[in-house]
Design a protein around this ligand. Structure first.
Ligand SMILES: [Ca+2]
Length: 254
């Protein structure tokens, strides 16, 4: 049987159990394992998860490009890989949902319509292999965790929209005197440097101190000096966002 291109397609084939499935977004590339989250209306392809601090996210470009982590348990930590994420997103418009849990078990989430990555190699015809987060914030649901700040005139230096991916060995951020990934212990779409960083260092205390706000941060919720206990990033086709399913989301996360 051919592989499904993503978890939405898996769900549509009546495979509605949470778990790891082998998917194949591009026919000319090998299939790979991914966790399909069939809650919240079903069909979410999980591209990132932090849950226990066991996985090292302070990694170089090639690891972020190809992906890393464990793909076995339901809470295993991983980064699916920029290439895989890119291939998933080029199939059509996608929504991004980010789940956040703090150390008191409080939950927040954010949903973004039309989450995209642009491949600079394609766009500029250069030899670089940069990925740009192009994030158009369409709507945010109830119980939202606050927005990723947008760029524009007189832009906020912690905005992420339109930023290129930076790792400790490939600096594409706007921090001229240094590298945000080095300071913040993980690859991300840094500016100078960040309001949100879901690939930072895992602190088992929530609140933390240090010379840099390098935890797993979502500053519009708990501020920069609080590292979250659990975060997950997941994507799916927007046609799953029916009013009925949004009701389910609200009921689940109330
Ligand atoms: Ca820099």
């Amino acid at each position: 049987m051919p592989f499904c291109p993503d978890c939405s397609a898996v769900y549509s084939r009546k495979k509605t159990k949470n778990g790891y499935y082998r998917i194949r977004p591009r026919a000319d590339r090998e299939p790979f394992l991914v966790y399909c989250d069939m809650s919240d209306g079903g069909g979410w392809t999980v591209i990132q998860r932090r849950s226990n601090g066991k996985e090292n996210f302070n990694r170089k470009w090639d690891d972020y490009k190809l992906g890393f982590g464990k793909f076995q348990g339901k809470n295993d930590e991983y980064w699916l890989g920029n290439d895989h994420i890119y291939d998933l997103l080029t199939r059509g418009e996608s929504s991004l949902k980010i789940d956040l849990v703090d150390w008191h078990g409080e939950r927040r989430y954010a949903v973004y319509e039309n989450f995209q990555l642009n491949n600079e190699q394609v766009r500029n015809g250069e030899s670089g292999d940069l990925l740009v987060l192009s994030l158009r914030v369409g709507h945010l649901n109830l119980h939202s965790a606050g927005q990723l700040p947008a760029t524009g005139c007189g832009e906020n230096p912690s905005s992420h929209k339109g930023m290129q991916f930076t790792t400790s060995d490939k600096d594409h951020d706007r921090f001229l005197a240094g590298n945000c990934a080095l300071e913040n212990k993980g690859g991300w779409w840094f500016n100078r440097c960040h309001a949100v960083n879901l690939n930072g260092r895992y602190y088992k205390t929530g609140r933390y101190n240090g010379s840099h706000d390098n935890g797993i941060t979502w500053s519009t919720w708990h501020g920069p000096w609080y590292s979250l206990r659990y975060v997950a990033m997941k994507i799916r086709a927007p046609f799953f966002d029916t009013p009925q399913q949004l009701t389910t989301i609200h009921a689940t996360l109330k």
